[in-house]
Design a protein around this ligand. Structure first.
Ligand code: HEM
Length: 494
């Protein structure tokens, strides 16, 4: 049976390998000349670096190892595909600040089955139009209105932690992910997701999609759509996609009911994200039902999973840095008091807390790497050429540990974000929200949400360490994920 399978594999794969290798040869000779000059791991003819198949667990460590071995630049390739990892701020600046390189790498296509071509995955005029429609949803007047909602969600979370805190530790991932999912529902979507019975299934489906994404990523033959469609992984993924899209379709249905019932709704001066899209649709501004669905999927995912991991890692880091935690607590009490809920301007004033969040995002960037396609040849700082059409991978996680920029990179030190220290650094050495025109549209919302939740948690609990940062393992996924739990001990304040 096994030998039959191997024979079948050879019959299918061999012609494909030859086809791709020929395609590769047809590509601009200069392209390969430049790519091959860049250092990189050992490679064999045709299959290149794909002689080892990694898993979601092993890929993470391998990429970190390679980042150290070949710092600051290296390439990987297989068949007709090549990508260059770059950890040099001087090289990243021209890529992210020039719209010629705005196209995302082909791996973003693996997200299309779920996110369609929403803001994260779209390109050209479609992306530009959508960004214009959606930007007002993050205007500071809107964010100001969100403060009360975030405070309410935080209070519910704190009550939840009060029930859990008698245990030796709390795995913060589940309660925090619920908090961020319900928060994006209450704020940007205006839909009470807490009442949606499908939330648990949705959260699991997000994890499943991430796993299937990495599964495909480490198997270059599955990049070929026709081969992928024959695989068991594809069939499994179809089910996951159905769960994900049923969830967002339901959210839209609920919201449309509210929107259509109340005529004055769309006349409000400032509208949150989903309202804004429905209004744009009413006014014929070029966004149809499918467009709303893909943006909603994008924002539910980007708006909850990224902030969730960031809050979880920040709690763990603060539990391990007691003096810093004490200083944040004192700042909260002196800015807001012991009982008041923070206003939007209070949150803006929490400067020390902000530095701690920034430092936590340096060590644990929720989006650990991004990819762009080079639209015009670039000469790198280290003397190589990135040819037009090459995929450049910006490993934010490794960039934030670049030893040339960050002294003692693994150390948590919020003073790195004192204004004088920021001024001394290259502006592209720290990019947790990316940079340039395709930066994170939700970054102010994210900072505000993280601050609101820290205010609530730290006012009620002292955090004691359980997991130590140096022993925490990560795994590859769409966002930075711990390989297991993130455990923190919650001690109620008297
Ligand atoms: C700590 C929290 C967050 C981090 C670290 C983060 C980081 C990022 C990064 C690095 C990108 C660039 C991705 C790429 O180029 O592939 C991005 C894009 C994006 N983010 Fe965030 N994000 C966060 C929170 C949010 C929130 C709360 C929202 C929405 C409410 C959001 C919505 C988006 C969208 C829609 C894009 C695509 C923007 C475009 O291409 O025009 N993010 N984010």
């Amino acid at each position: 049976m096994a030998s039959m399978l191997s024979l079948l594999l050879v019959i299918i794969l061999l012609p494909l390998l030859i086809f791709y290798y020929k395609r590769r040869q047809k590509r601009n000779e200069e392209f390969w000349k430049y790519i091959m000059r860049i250092p990189g791991p050992k490679a064999y003819p045709v299959i290149g670096c794909a002689y080892k198949v990694y898993t979601t667990e092993t890929l993470w460590d391998k990429e970190r190892e390679r980042a150290k071995e070949f710092f600051p630049i290296y390439k990987i390739w297989s068949l007709d595909f090549a990508a260059v990892y770059n950890m040099c701020p001087e090289d990243i600046e021209p890529v992210l600040s020039n719209t010629k390189h705005n196209t995302k790498g082909f791996v973003y296509d693996f997200l299309h089955a779920w996110l369609g071509t929403g803001l994260l995955t779209s390109e050209g005029t479609k992306w530009h139009k959508r960004r214009k429609i959606l930007t007002p949803a993050f205007h500071f007047n809107i964010l100001q209105e969100f403060t009360d909602m975030l405070n309410r969600e935080t209070q519910i979370l704190v009550e939840n932690f009060k029930k859990l805190c008698h245990q030796p530790y709390v795995n913060v991932i589940t309660p925090i992910t619920e908090f961020t999912l319900y928060s994006i529902g209450e704020t940007s979507l205006g839909v009470p997701l807490r009442e949606d019975p499908n939330c648990t299934e949705y959260k699991k489906a997000v994890y499943d999609y991430g796993e299937s994404f990495i599964y495909r990523l480490v198997r270059p033959w599955l990049y070929i759509p026709f081969v992928y469609k024959l695989s068991a992984a594809y069939k499994k993924n179809i089910k996951t996609v159905k769960t994900l899209s049923d969830f967002s379709t339901n959210v839209i249905k609920e919201k449309k009911k509210i929107f259509e019932k109340d005529a004055s709704y769309s006349q409000r001066k400032r509208l949150a994200l989903l309202d804004l899209m429905l209004k744009a649709q009413q006014e014929g501004a070029g966004i149809d039902d499918e467009g709303i669905r893909e943006e909603l999927d994008t924002f539910i995912f980007e708006g909850h999973d990224t902030t969730s991991v960031s809050i979880c890692y920040t709690l763990m880091v603060l539990a391990n840095n007691k003096d810093t935690q004490k200083e944040i607590y004192q700042e909260i009490i002196s800015t807001i008091g012991d009982t008041q809920l923070p206003s939007y301007s209070d949150l803006l004033e929490l400067k020390f807390m902000e530095r701690c969040i920034k430092e936590s995002l340096r060590l644990y960037p929720s989006v650990p790497q991004i990819v762009r396609v080079i639209g015009e040849e670039i000469k790198t700082h280290s003397g190589y050429t990135l040819p037009k059409g090459s995929n450049i991978i910006i490993p934010i996680y490794d960039l934030h540990r670049n030893p040339v920029v960050w002294e003692n990179p693994e150390k948590f030190d919020p003073d790195r974000f004192l204004p004088d220290n920021i001024a001394k650094r290259h502006p592209f050495a720290y990019i947790p929200f990316s940079a340039g025109s395709r930066n994170c549209i939700g970054q102010k919302f994210a900072m505000m949400e993280i601050k609101a939740v820290l205010c609530g948690i730290l006012r009620h609990f002292k955090l004691e360490p359980y997991d130590k940062p140096e022993y925490l393992k990560h795994k590859s996924d769409l966002v930075l994920r711990p390989a297991g739990e993130i455990r923190v001990n919650f001690v109620p304040r008297k």
